[in-house]
Design a protein around this ligand. Structure first.
Ligand code: NDP
Ligand code: 2IT
Length: 446
C-alpha cells in the first residue's frame, strides 16, 4: 500500500478501532487506489484521504415509539452525511437489529464512490436504525417510521440529503416516512426516493438494483463473448435486490437455483420463475424472514442454517448482506467452477476472500459498480421530481441500461489502462475515487 494511504489507515485504525466494517471498506479502497496516489502527490498536500474518511456530519438521535401493548420502546437513529463533493448526500436507510454506526459508516463510504460511478450529481450518505421490522405489526412499523422522521426531517431536503430504502426499508416504510415528513415540513418535495409511483416515485425504482446487477453481468459476459442463457445462478437473500435479480435473470434465460434467508437456503433445481418470483414479495412483506416457507410452498429442498455457495453454479450473486462470503466459500465456488461473482449486496465478500478471488480466474464485480442501478434510478427519480414529470418505464429502463454499461466500460477501461485487465475492483475504486478527489480539490479546503 502507498505510504500516505498506509499512514492515514493506521491512524484511522487507532482512532476507530471498534469500527471493523468501516475500516474494512476503507482498506479495500486504499489498496486499490495506491497506484494512483503514487502518481498524485497533490492529493497528499490537499489531505484528501484524511478528509475523505471523515464524514462531513453524523447525526445520531433517540427514536421512542409505542408498541401495540402500550409499552414504550426506544431505538437509535442515525444519518451519516458523508460527502457532498458531487451533489446532495444520497443513500439508503437500513432498519435492522444489527445496525451500528460502523455499518452505516462503511455503507456511506461505499456510497460515495458508487454514486460517483453513476455519473449523476449525487453525494454519499447512509442512515438507519437498530430497529427490526421482524415480528412487528403494520401499526408498529408506521409509528416507528413517524418517530424516526420526527427528528430526521430537520436534516434532510431535496437539495441537501435525500434518503431511500435499504435492508428493512422498502416502499411501505418510505410511504410512512414521507407522510410524516410532509406533515412536519409542509412541503411535497422529492426528499425521499423509492416513493409510490402514484405519488412521485419513479417507475422501475423497485426493480432497479436487481435489474442493474443483471445488466452489469450481461456486459461482463459480453466481454468474454459469453451469454446468460442457460446459466445456473446461485443467489443469496430473498429481499428487494434478490427479487429484481431473479426477475431479470429469468427473463433473459438464466436459471436462479437458490434463495437464502437468515434461516438457511432453498435449492430449486427447476429455477425460480413465474409465481415463485411474485411469492418473494410476500415473503419480504411477511416480516418473519423464513425462506423455509418457500421450500414448503413449492416443495423444494431446504438447508437449515447453511449458505448457498456450496451449490454448483456458473454465476454467484450475493444479495443479502455484508461479509456473507468468506474464504472457505470462495474456495468452494472456485472448486465448483463458478465463473462470475457479481455483488448485489454491499461488501458481501470479506477482505481476505477478495484477495483469493482476485488471484483466481473468476470475474468479480464489486457492489459499488454492479449494484449502482438502484441509486442511479433514485437519481432519475430526483430529476423527475424536480421537473414534476413522470417518465415511462421504457425510457427509464433504457437510461438504466446505459448507466450500467457506462459503469462497466469505465471500470474495464481503467483496469486495462493501468495494466490490471478485468480487475473490476481496481477499475471501480480508481475511477470513483478520482472523480470525488478531483471535485474536492476543486472546491478547496472543505
Ligand atoms: P431487503 O430488506 O429487501 O432484503 C434483505 C433480506 O435479506 C432481509 O429480509 C434480511 O432478513 C435478509 N438477510 C439479512 N441477513 C441475511 C443473511 N445473512 N442471509 C440471508 N438473508 C439475510 O433488503 P435489500 O434487498 O434492499 O438489500 C439487500 C442488500 O443489497 C443489502 O446489502 C443492501 O445494502 C444492498 N443494496 C440495496 C439496494 C436497494 O436499492 N434496496 C441498492 C444497492 C444495494 P433479516 O432482516 O431477517 O436478517
Ligand atoms: O446501497 C444502495 O445503493 C441503496 N441502498 C440505494 C440508495 C438510494 O439512494 O437509492
Amino acid at each position: 500500500m502507498n505510504t500516505y494511504a498506509q499512514t492515514v489507515l493506521s491512524n484511522l485504525e487507532k482512532k476507530y478501532y471498534w469500527e471493523k466494517e468501516f475500516i474494512q471498506a476503507v482498506k479495500e479502497v486504499f489498496e486499490a487506489i495506491s497506484y494512483v496516489l503514487d502518481k498524485r502527490p497533490d492529493y497528499k498536500n490537499g489531505r484528501i484521504l484524511e478528509r475523505i474518511v471523515e464524514p462531513e456530519r453524523i447525526i445520531s438521535f433517540r427514536v421512542p415509539w409505542e408498541d401495540d401493548r402500550g409499552d414504550y420502546q426506544v431505538n437509535t437513529g442515525y444519518r451519516v452525511e458523508f460527502n457532498s463533493a458531487l451533489g446532495p448526500y444520497k443513500g439508503g436507510l437500513r432498519f435492522h437489529s444489527s445496525v451500528t454506526l460502523s455499518i452505516l459508516k462503511f455503507l456511506g463510504f461505499e456510497q460515495i464512490f458508487k454514486n460517483a460511478l453513476t455519473g449523476l450529481s449525487l453525494g454519499g450518505g447512509k442512515g438507519g436504525s437498530d430497529f427490526s421490522t421482524r415480528g412487528k405489526s403494520e401499526n408498529e412499523i408506521m409509528r416507528f417510521c413517524q418517530s424516526f422522521m420526527n427528528e430526521l426531517f430537520r436534516h434532510i431536503g431535496d437539495n441537501t440529503d435525500v434518503p431511500a430504502g435499504d435492508i428493512g426499508v422498502g416502499a411501505r416504510e418510505i410511504g410512512y416516512l414521507f407522510g410524516q415528513y410532509k406533515r412536519l415540513a409542509n412541503k411535497f418535495t422529492g426528499v425521499l426516493t423509492g416513493k409510490g409511483t402514484c405519488w412521485g416515485g419513479s417507475l422501475l425504482r423497485p426493480e432497479a438494483t436487481g435489474f442493474g446487477v443483471v445488466y452489469f453481468l450481461e456486459e461482463m459476459l459480453k466481454s468474454k463473448a459469453d451469454s446468460i442463457k442457460g446459466k445456473r445462478i446461485v443467489i443469496s437473500g430473498f429481499g428487494n435486490v434478490a427479487w429484481g435479480v431473479a426477475k431479470k435473470a429469468y427473463e433473459l434465460g438464466g436459471r436462479i437455483v437458490t434463495l437464502s434467508g437468515p434461516d438457511g437456503f432453498i435449492h430449486d433445481k427447476d429455477g425460480v420463475s413465474g409465481e415463485k418470483i411474485d411469492y418473494m414479495l410476500d415473503l419480504r412483506l411477511s416480516c418473519n424472514d423464513r425462506v423455509e416457507d418457500y421450500a414448503k410452498k413449492f416443495k423444494v429442498d431446504f438447508f437449515s442454517n447453511k449458505k448457498p455457495w456450496e451449490v454448483p453454479c456458473d454465476i454467484a450473486i450475493p444479495c443479502a448482506t455484508q461479509n456473507e462470503i468468506g474464504t472457505a466459500d470462495v474456495k468452494k465456488l472456485i472448486r465448483n467452477k463458478c465463473k462470475y461473482i457479481v455483488e448485489g449486496s454491499n461488501l458481501p465478500v470479506a477482505l481476505d476472500a477478495v484477495k483469493v478471488l482476485q488471484k483466481s480466474k473468476i470475474l468479480y464485480a464489486p457492489g459499488k459498480a454492479s449494484n449502482a442501478g438502484g441509486v442511479a434510478v433514485s437519481g432519475l427519480e430526483m430529476s423527475q421530481n424536480s421537473m414534476r414529470l413522470c417518465w415511462i418505464t421504457g425510457d427509464i429502463d433504457k437510461k438504466l441500461r446505459s448507466i450500467m454499461k457506462n459503469i462497466h466500460d469505465t471500470c474495464l477501461n481503467v483496469s486495462h489502462e493501468y495494466g490490471r485487465p478485468h480487475d473490476y475492483v481496481f477499475g471501480a475504486n480508481v475511477s470513483g475515487f478520482l472523480k470525488v478527489a478531483d471535485a474536492m480539490m476543486d472546491q478547496g479546503l472543505a
